[in-house]
Design a protein around this ligand. Sequence first.
Ligand code: BGC
Length: 926
Amino acid sequence: MKKNFFFLVTGVLIIHTGFSQLTFKNLRCEDRANPVGLDITRPRFSWQLQPDQRNLMQTAYEIQIGNKWDKREIWNSGRQSGSESVYVPYGGNALQSAKSYYWQVRVWDNKGRVSGWSEKAFWQMGLLQPGDWKASWIESESAADSVNGPALLFRKSFSSAKKIISATVFITTHGMYEAFINGKRIGDGFLTPGWTSYNKRLQYQVYDVTALLDKGENAIGVMTGSGWYRTALAWNNNKNIYGKKMALLLQLEINYSDGSRQTIISDGSWKTSDGGPVRFSEIYNGETYDARLEKPGWDSPGFDDKTWQNVVEKDYPKNNLIATYNEPVRKHETFNAVRIFKTPKGEQIIDFGQNLVGWETILVKGKSGDTITVDHAEVLDKEGNFYTDNLRAAKSQNIYVLKGGEEEILNPHFTFHGFRYVRVKGLNGQIRSVFPETKSPTHNGSNGKPYDVAYLSAVTLYSDMEPTGQFTCSNPMLNQLQHNIQWGQKGNFLDVPTDCPQRDERLGWTGDAQAFSRTASYNMGVHNFFSKWLKDVAADQSEDGRVPFVVPNVLGPMAGGSAGWSDVSTIIPWNMWLAYGDPKILEDQYASMKGWVNFMAGHSRDYLWNTGFHFGDWLFYRPADDNDGRSAVTDKYLIAQCFFAHSTQLLINAARVLNKQEDVKQYTELLSHVKEAFLKEYVTASGRLVSGTQTAYVLALQFDMLPESLRAQAAERLAINIKDYSDHLTTGFLGTPYICHVLSRFGYDSVAYTLLLQDSYPSWLYPVKMGATTIWERWDGQKPDSSFQTPSMNSFNHYAYGAIGDWMYRTIAGLDTYDEGAGYKKIKVQPHPGGGLGFANADLETGYGKLSAHWKIANDKFILDVVIPPNTTAGIFIPATSPESITENSKPLPDQKEIVVSGREGNYIVLHVGSGTYHFSADKVK
Ligand code: BGC
């Protein structure tokens, strides 16, 4: 009896504790797991709560921080009431350069529980002051160190006599680098130090290299290539933008077990060589690699560098040095060929089946001096031949010269390409794409004879953003569109957001980035990526507030100030605030936002901004037979006035979040004048716009330019215009991101779906029908007869029109955040079924955990499965006629005390819930 009782009690206890334990996942410091090298003086901490349980809300937290090595506590927040669990700032004394810290957290919840302390997480600070750099900039004096010259090798050997407990290297270059210790690569980043406005902000990287060092002799080797620093960028052979010579700055800090330290620095004792294997490398033109010039052991101890040249120390500034805030560019997917074939011209082509960004890797065995040339292209032409006209002046060509004798694995280092196809010359034998598992094929090439098989695959490179979102639905064409949008993002988020990755451009075009930014925040974690780039936006903004067309600005100080491009300075900070709820991005960008609004105000007369150069609704669609005057051309100054208002509104929003009441007042007044001026200049008394185009109505409605009384008829005009173009859009870069949002907002969901599902151009699905694997720059990049749009402007990997992704997540599936609970603290789930879809699913990793909305239509029921993460609340909109027609988990709503029915809005019944998993079913609204 006793035994049974004990069993019963412990059994219950086990179940009880198992169920009720409050634990953590995803401990993040500045959005990263255990980051190394932060120069943010007050780092912020984020955590997520478990279990996924209904109505779980944090009520208080306590953070403890201490030194990593001696475990001494240096700060404790004390118990703080509140539900903050993302971006909670450090509040202790100043943190020290290069020091490592731990942090941990515990929390209390609304169910009366307290968690244990979380596991310890770590971070390490960067070098916070220019004076913390003991290292000197070093340079080669070689005349070969020029933009068309070879990559340079730098090396230094040293001995470490004692037992090492930790070692950290801080490194940056003028140019790009790959670095090694004792023959092993440091880190897995590529194209480092990344691209910033170098003269003002040059990133250094910090790596924990403890595992690479040996007790005894060690050596460091660094190879530098021209990179964005001095390669020609944009047009007209615009070389040496940031400087003419490459340089290295490196500091290695070693901590020994006896408490002593050793610092190895770049200085006059290093050696350099211009005789390495990378003979030439450029961003647009590609790389030439001569494997005969490889120097075995050059980055290891014992290498004879007597013939190498000395370096010179340079006193380049160090006050532009900043830690790296975004994720590095890393290797991701590897693609094997889907087809290897000869074109009608007789050229040897490999098709990787996906338009991607990165480079090829080749495994080959040949004779010394054999030369392989690899060219890159996105598409084949009408005849099926390799097509590179749309790359314009970019050669996009890699040349490899074989060392010979043994098997070689080759890839470039300081370039990248946008391609789906490669053309290979110089390999006479067979080409295969699937690498042999052993990497060492024995069936060919024995006895030193050249292989008659070479292996070639494609490797992607992009910023290592966390994949956060997924959208799928019952329509395979839309799923392919989502795939194309995501690949547009992968290909063009290569340290900076680029317009395209293939032609002689690959620049941080601001208009494209703002258009796509909200969609990007669904697909991947772009908080750090954009935080870093927005600082370059601010850095390259002129004193009078003009924001450049491209950032980093390589086009000159006056190349800026276009409506819809320069508004990147207000739109992306606000979109990041919505997606991540991080006020720091608004704080950091506030001066830049305000500078831009003041620029527009300063260039206006009577609040009308009708001066200056504007790109307008770039690449809008104008049908060739549009002869009866139904033009799609939107007045550029009308557009400018709309963006003037929009940016002012976003500035007001930011001022509210940051509690800058004076500014709220001042800019609210400005905004009303801007809108009045718009009405006076561009709108007739009955609400007709002087440009009767889709983009004009879209912008006027999206940015609330019209008084309430004129909006419904404006929306109707938009719908009629779309009908007039036989259910097609005609919008360009500026109208497209908003067109479906405006249609949905004014009750035209079905028109929005018609546009989305249209598959003749201009439309999103036309390229899908044509076999696209990324988003095209032009609606009609390739015509139905396979001929091309003009080669001067015809990229097949241009994410701007992918901005429709935002509507797919936010409107079709219905995943959104309330503005006043930004970052999904207050979630809004409002699906818009339609378009004949049987189901639509969206999932998103938010700062609080996974959020999902999956709906389907089955047996005349609308079924909605929702997952709301812990520590958040949600408004859920169910398309239904009454609360009585809705059940949750087969139970009527009144029986569910965790679900509050808050009323009706339009065709929806609105519910309020806390965290948890919910299964709703409602009679389908007829
Ligand atoms: C780029 C665009 C960019 C545009 C400005 C083009 O060359 O590729 O995407 O926004 O110029 O008009």
